[in-house]
Design a protein around this ligand. Structure first.
Ligand code: PGA
Length: 250
C-alpha cells in the first residue's frame, strides 16, 4: 500500500511573513490528522527558513521548488542542494512545467538536478506532463514516457523519487483532468517504470497528480488506484482548501 503524498507548491507567492502565517494556519487547521498521508509545503526560497521553523516539530515536510545540479560556483540566481539541506528541506521539486516552459529546463537538465539531489540524500518530486497541443495531437503517452525515461536516466534506485503527473493544460487553468484521464496516464507511467525497474519498484513508486486540484475534486482524483496524492498549486495558498485536500487523501 503506497502512502499518499500531498504537497503545496506555493510558486512565486507569499512574502516571508505571509508564508509563516499560511503555514501556521495549515498546522492549526490540520490539528492531529496527519496520520494517513505525507504532507509537504514548498514555499519560495526566501521563506524556507521561516516556514521550516514553524513546522519544525510537526510531520509536515519542507520542500524546495528547484535546485541546481552543481555543488557551488558561479551560477548567479541558483541554489544548491546542500544549501537546501542546510535549511531542512526533505524534498525538492524538479522539472515543473513552468521551469520547462519559462526557464529552458529540458529532460537533460531535469535529470542532472534529480541525480544531484538523490546523490545528496534528498528526495525528489519530478514533474512530467503534456501540453494541450500534445494531448490534442495524440502524443501524450509518447511525451510523458520520454520525460520519465530521460528524467530518470542513470538512476538505479527509485527509493527517493516521487513522480508528479501534471498535464500542462490543467495547471492554473481551472481545467482538471478527469479522474479517468489522469488514471490512464498514471497507469502508463507505472508501466514505463515496470519496464525500467521491475514490478516491485513500480508498485512502490508514488505518482502524484497535479493540475487544478481543489477540495471539490480531490476525493475522486485520490480514489483512483494509481493516483497517490497531489501536487497542489493555487488551492495550496488557502489554508482551508489545502487542509481539505490533505484530508481527502486520508
Ligand atoms: P495548480 O498548480 O493546482 O494551480 O493547477 C499545480 C502545480 O503547478 O503544481
Amino acid at each position: 500500500m503506497r502512502k499518499k503524498v500531498v504537497v503545496g507548491n506555493w510558486k512565486m507567492n507569499k512574502t516571508v511573513t505571509e508564508a509563516g502565517e499560511l503555514v501556521s494556519a495549515i498546522l492549526e487547521q490540520l490539528g492531529d490528522c496527519l496520520v494517513g498521508c505525507e504532507v509537504g509545503v514548498a514555499p519560495a526560497f526566501p521563506a524556507l527558513t521561516e516556514v521550516g521553523k514553524v513546522i519544525e516539530r510537526s510531520d509536515i515536510r519542507l520542500v524546495a521548488q528547484n535546485c541546481h545540479y552543481e555543488d557551488d560556483g558561479a551560477y548567479t540566481g541558483e541554489v544548491s542542494v546542500r544549501m537546501l539541506e542546510s535549511l531542512g528541506c526533505a524534498y525538492v521539486i524538479v522539472g515543473h512545467s513552468e521551469r520547462r516552459q519559462y526557464f529552458g529546463e529540458t529532460n537533460r537538465t531535469v535529470n542532472l538536478r534529480l541525480r544531484k539531489a538523490l546523490a545528496e540524500g534528498m528526495q525528489v518530486i519530478m514533474c512530467v506532463g503534456e501540453t494541450l497541443e500534445e494531448r490534442e495531437g495524440g502524443v501524450t503517452d509518447e511525451v510523458v514516457t520520454e520525460q520519465v525515461k530521460e528524467g530518470l536516466e542513470g538512476v538505479g534506485d527509485l527509493g527517493g523519487v516521487v513522480l508528479a503527473y501534471e498535464p500542462v493544460w490543467a495547471i492554473g487553468t481551472g481545467k482538471t483532468a478527469t479522474p479517468e484521464q489522469a488514471e490512464e496516464v498514471h497507469v502508463s507511467i507505472r508501466a514505463t517504470i515496470r519496464d525500467m525497474y521491475g514490478d516491485i519498484a513500480a508498485e512502490h513508486l508514488r505518482i502524484q497528480y497535479g493540475g487544478s486540484v481543489k477540495p471539490s475534486n480531490a476525493v475522486e482524483l485520490f480514489a483512483m488506484p494509481n493516483i497517490d496524492g497531489g501536487l497542489i498549486g493555487g488551492a495550496s495558498l488557502k489554508a482551508e482548501d489545502f487542509v481539505a485536500i490533505v484530508k481527502a487523501a486520508g
